[in-house]
Design a protein around this ligand. Structure first.
Ligand SMILES: Cc1cc2nc3c(=O)[nH]c(=O)nc-3n(C[C@H](O)[C@H](O)[C@H](O)COP(=O)(O)OP(=O)(O)OC[C@H]3O[C@@H](n4cnc5c(N)ncnc54)[C@H](O)[C@@H]3O)c2cc1C
Length: 510
């Protein structure tokens, strides 16, 4: 049978949290998106359950925080099992937020579909070729093979990414040295164990408000073969050996094994194919950093890829995705590897854990580690002002005379140019020509803005420019938002704002 063909701006492979958030971002940027997933239904296993302060800020900048309901906030996290206070971080979302991954995925799927993305499940990517300006993706589903022609493909298909393999992108780094068993149990009462290093290994147990207890155990000296599926019987025996507790009478809702491999894609882009989330990096799921790192890839990529598809991106914008997120990912992987060393110290004390516990008491060390775990330390560039390349802390603002906040202003999907007091006419004059890409407003200067009288913020909430007299501002506008629509001051029709493509009309055969 001749394969049918479907055309779309961006094909997102994988309806996990990263693919779904990216789909919503692309729709905000006005392009049409088709998301496919090989699973017929969304997954229900708990997996990750922690959102960091930075992820919460980003969800707020998308208007998605109310959909989370009232998730429990924990003021402390851990670094390699050593308690770490996160509550003093400079964010309204300081701490860690407990949101089960299936809940987050449902919220992101609803948001993406409401924005006009089409999510089609039961379609597996099996082939990928790039010719000229098109990527041809071969998908198999219940009704056979279908070929989708897309301008770009985003591989958000998890750590065993087919997109990554078909695009020929190497995935390198140390293999797992530990096998960790995990189970979600109902019907047990266990003492809470927060990363306890016992003579036989590492044991963790925590009960969630719905009465489910998650246990995790890594036995000292066990093999590191994570390809061998875990069974409830195995985890029961290992848990007994390490903790002395019997969980054999519990109902096992989910059992699995994972490892501490640390791999990263060598390139996040291969021409018209991009990688994000676990497809781009594999790590020990410590403290929710795996999920949060991937969500932040999606937010960095979405507005850039949308601008390229719309045809108004400045040169190099899409390459800045790899340029920014690859080092950010490498840094988080290094952080997680260091935590793994502390976690698996076990009954072979090296002194590192004791020393780290002492160091964490020092405010500077605590702040450094807490800002990393909270995702607030990302720095993509070093600019003349210390905020350039970093997240823009939230400010109270006014737009066309009405009170608002910078968080609310970012919900439009455009950049922001803010007068922080006394910038004067030069700021508004510089803005002329970029009004269709960048919102203009005034904000109360916050302490964090360190003397700047004006600031330019990208759609992903990162400071592109900050200063006191416009030096370098037009260059920053061109770098991130492309050429001005008309010379400053020229009498011209107002340029169009971001076009929103109609929702994808194409439908894959069921
Ligand atoms: C078993 C397990 C337990 C975890 N536990 C934790 C935890 O406790 N804490 C923590 O922080 N993190 C945990 N993680 C990691 C966390 O879940 C991931 O970091 C997060 O899901 C990454 O999101 P993603 O969207 O990048 O990839 P995924 O969530 O893996 O989504 C990828 C999607 O792509 C689909 N897909 C794959 N191949 C194809 C294909 N060829 N064609 C079409 N669709 C395809 C898959 O069906 C899947 O829906 C766990 C992960 C797993 C797998």
């Amino acid at each position: 049978m001749r394969p049918a063909s479907v055309d779309v701006d961006v094909l997102v492979v994988g309806a996990g949290p990263v693919g779904l958030l990216l789909a919503g971002e692309l729709r905000r940027g006005g392009v049409d998106v088709l998301v496919v997933d090989r699973l017929a239904e969304p997954r229900t296993e708990s997996r990750a359950s922690t959102l960091s302060a930075r992820t919460m800020e980003l969800l707020d900048e998308r208007g998605l925080v109310p959909s989370l309901g009232d998730p429990p906030r924990e003021p402390a996290g851990h670094f390699g099992g050593i308690p770490l206070d996160l509550s003093a971080q400079p964010s309204r979302y300081a701490g860690q937020w407990k949101v089960p991954q299936p809940v987050l995925e449902r919220i992101l799927a609803d948001a993406a579909e409401r924005a006009g993305a089409r999510v089609q499940r039961g379609h597996e990517l099996v082939g990928l070729t790039q010719t000229g300006d098109t990527v041809h993706a071969r998908l198999t589903g219940a009704s056979g093979v279908v070929t989708v022609r897309a301008a770009y493909v985003a591989g958000c298909d998890g750590e065993d990414s087919t997109v990554r393999r078909l695009a020929g992108i190497a995935f390198t780094g140390p293999a797992a040295t530990h096998r960790i068993l995990r189970a979600d149990l109902r019907g047990v009462q266990l003492p809470r164990r927060r990363f306890e290093l016992l003579p036989g290994g590492l044991a963790i147990s925590a009960r969630s408000p719905d009465g489910v207890t998650r246990i995790m155990v890594a036995e000292t000296g066990a093999d590191a073969d994570v390809s061998r599926p875990a069974t409830f019987e195995e985890i029961t025996l290992v848990w007994k050996r390490v903790t002395g507790e019997d969980v054999s009478g519990a109902e096992a809702l989910w059992v699995n094994a994972f490892g501490d491999a640390s791999r990263q894609a060598e390139r996040y882009r291969e021409r018209r194919v991009l990688l994000a989330g676990d497809a781009a990096h594999q790590q020990l799921p410590a403290g929710g950093q795996a999920l949060n790192l991937g969500l932040q890839d999606a937010v960095n990529l979405g507005w850039k890829l949308a601008a390229v598809v719309r045809g108004d991106a400045p040169p190099g914008l899409l390459d800045s995705y790899h340029g920014e997120r690859h080092p950010a990912g490498r840094r988080v992987l290094a952080n997680i590897q260091a935590q793994a060393r502390l976690l698996f110290d076990g009954n072979r004390p090296s002194g590192a854990r004791e020393l780290m516990a002492e160091l964490i008491e020092q405010p500077t060390v605590r702040d450094l580690l807490a800002s990393g775990i909270s995702g607030l330390d990302v720095c993509y560039a070093r600019g003349p002002h210390p905020l350039v390349g970093r997240r823009a802390p939230e400010l109270a603002a006014r737009q066309t005379g009405l009170p608002t906040t910078t968080t609310r202003m970012l919900r439009t999907g455009r950049g922001l140019l803010l007068d922080l007091g006394g910038a004067g006419g030069w700021l508004r004059a510089a803005w002329q020509g970029w009004g269709h890409r960048v919102e203009f407003g005034a904000a109360e200067p916050g302490q964090a803005y360190d003397g700047a009288t004006a600031v330019l913020v990208r759609p992903d909430g990162i400071v592109a420019w900050a200063g006191t007299d416009g030096t370098g501002l037009r260059e920053a506008l061109r770098t991130w938002f492309g050429a001005a629509a008309a010379p400053a001051g020229a009498a011209a029709a107002p340029p169009p704002r971001i076009r929103t493509a109609p929702p994808v009309a194409t439908r894959l055969p069921a």
